[in-house]
Design a protein around this ligand. Structure first.
Ligand code: AMP
Ligand code: ZN
Length: 458
């Protein structure tokens, strides 16, 4: 498998530390609100990655965290506490907010047919691991305390910022605009807070530095080590995490163990935007949820198909027109699969090879979908063989292509069908033809079956 590694900015062959098992960590959701469909693009990408690795024969240990500790609305150490913001908005405790949105996130995962990670770990269940890690960093001389908070001293690492390719110049330029007077260096960040910036912080724990709560980045270093060991293969997240969150995760983990590289391959998905480079963000309140799509008549899997049609490293612009076309394509595909019958045959070797070539080339899902359509149109392949091959592809695509076809017809179209049945009964062929034309105009194929008018989406 070839993957693009953010660390080197190059495509490179994938070689795991252990030959058969891949250890992969994915930054999970911050559960102060519903996940928006941009967030979910990240998890679809990670799911495809995992499925592709499994397709290649690897066993994958997939760890995802749940950020349920209150953090700040901006990536830097300022802004408002996100969990607290959610709690105030809903008149709930922060714990209730976290539980509610964790559950909602799991529902979205299920609807999108995302495989459940091998381990799902909550930050609030791993405070001790975080404290131990900060202690380790302290022993290694990587920290300092200022105004009650423990900071990571980025000047102690000669290669700080390598993931984001922040060079020294930029680091120094950053120093000149730094505003936090407690920080020794511009990019230093808090590992443990005892001086809360919020008067009513609800989540607090005892620690060697006083009662307080962890900085945001430490949870991922602590939990990935707990479940995957000191070094592992792949770490994923959205591109927004490269410059701060993942950069600081590397600093913490390599600063604690001195083992480099902590993670061999970093993979980042690009953003889902709303056009004109507008970014969809939870905090901006301009977000669409899976439920928003469902309310408008799309399925979660239509959205999955929409995402697969773009490469994960390309920015993807959302539009209702492209959702319509994804919905139509998926419907047509399902219909074609249904027409293959239910007898399975042999997987076609050539098509499998083509599909694998696409998917193992840095997860080229648009190309993989092109192979799917080529197979479906290929008259030389027998139906049972086609079925077996497409179901094998679907182990990676996760579109549930073997589910029975279901489509909702609007009330208008349904009345046209009833009217046409009545016209045919009355042998009014002219009217029946007119109604056929109307139904076709609405996007359906019309057939005359034993029970009257049968329709299928075009
Ligand atoms: P959060 O819940 O804010 O921590 O974000 C969860 C994941 O979604 C992270 O991997 C982010 O990088 C990613 N993400 C946030 N916004 C978008 C977006 N508009 N498009 C794609 N991924 C995003
Ligand atoms: Zn993380």
């Amino acid at each position: 498998m070839i993957i693009f590694n953010t660390l080197t900015r190059q495509k490179m062959p994938f070689e795991p530390i252990n030959a058969d098992e891949v250890k992969m960590y994915c930054c999970g959701p911050t559960v102060y609100h519903f996940a928006h469909i941009g967030n979910l693009r990240s998890y679809i990408f990670e799911d495809i990655l995992r499925r592709a690795l499994e397709f290649e024969g690897y066993e994958v240990k997939h760890v995802m965290n749940i950020t349920d500790v209150g953090h700040l609305t901006s990536d830097a150490d300022d802004g408002e506490d996100k969990m607290l913001k959610g709690a105030k908005r809903e008149n709930k405790t922060v714990w209730e907010v976290a539980e509610y949105y964790t559950r909602a996130f799991m529902d979205d995962m299920k609807a999108l047919n995302l495989l459940h990670p091998t381990v799902v770990c909550k930050a609030t269940d791993h405070i001790q691991e975080m404290i131990d890690l900060v202690k380790r960093l302290e022993e290694n001389g990587m920290t300092y305390t200022a105004n009650g908070n423990v900071y990571f001293d980025t000047s102690k690492l000669s290669d700080y910022g390598k993931l984001a390719q922040l060079d020294k110049q930029q680091l120094e330029a950053g120093a000149r605009i730094e505003i936090d007077p407690n920080k020794k260096n511009a990019h230093d960040f808090v590992l443990w807070f005892t001086k809360s910036k919020f008067d009513d912080q609800e989540m607090k724990w005892d620690s060697p530095w006083g009662r307080g709560y962890p900085g945001w980045h430490i949870e991922c270093s602590a939990m990935s080590t707990r479940y995957l060991g000191d070094q592992f293969d792949i770490h994923c997240g959205g591109i927004d995490h490269i410059s701060v969150h993942h950069t600081n995760e590397i600093a913490q983990s390599e600063g604690a163990t001195n083992l480099k590289p902590w993670v061999r391959y970093w993979m980042h998905n690009n953003f889902l935007t709303l056009g004109k480079n507008e970014k969809m963000a939870k905090s901006a309140e301009n977000f669409l949820r899976i439920q928003t799509l469902v309310d408008k008549g799309y399925s979660a899997l239509d959205y999955r198909y929409f995402c697969l049609n773009a490469h994960y490293r390309k920015e993807l612009t959302f539009s209702w027109e492209s959702m319509d076309s994804a919905k139509k394509s998926l419907m047509r595909l399902r219909e074609k699969v249904e027409l293959l019958g239910d007898k399975e045959g042999k997987e076609d070797k050539d098509y499998l090879e083509k599909f694998e070539k696409a998917i193992s080339d840095d997860l080229n899902t648009p190309q993989a979908l092109a192979v799917v359509w080529e197979l479906m149109e290929d008259k030389k392949i027998k139906n049972p063989d086609k079925l077996s091959t497409i179901l094998k592809f679907d182990e990676v695509l996760g579109l549930k292509l073997d589910e029975p076809l279901e489509f909702k017809v609007s009330n208008d179209v349904e009345s046209l069908v009833l009217e046409r049945n009545a016209a045919r009964k009355a042998k009014d062929w002219k009217k029946s033809d007119e109604l056929r034309a109307e139904i076709e105009k609405a996007g359906y194929l019309v057939k005359d079956g034993p029970k009257g008018t049968e329709i299928q989406p075009k």
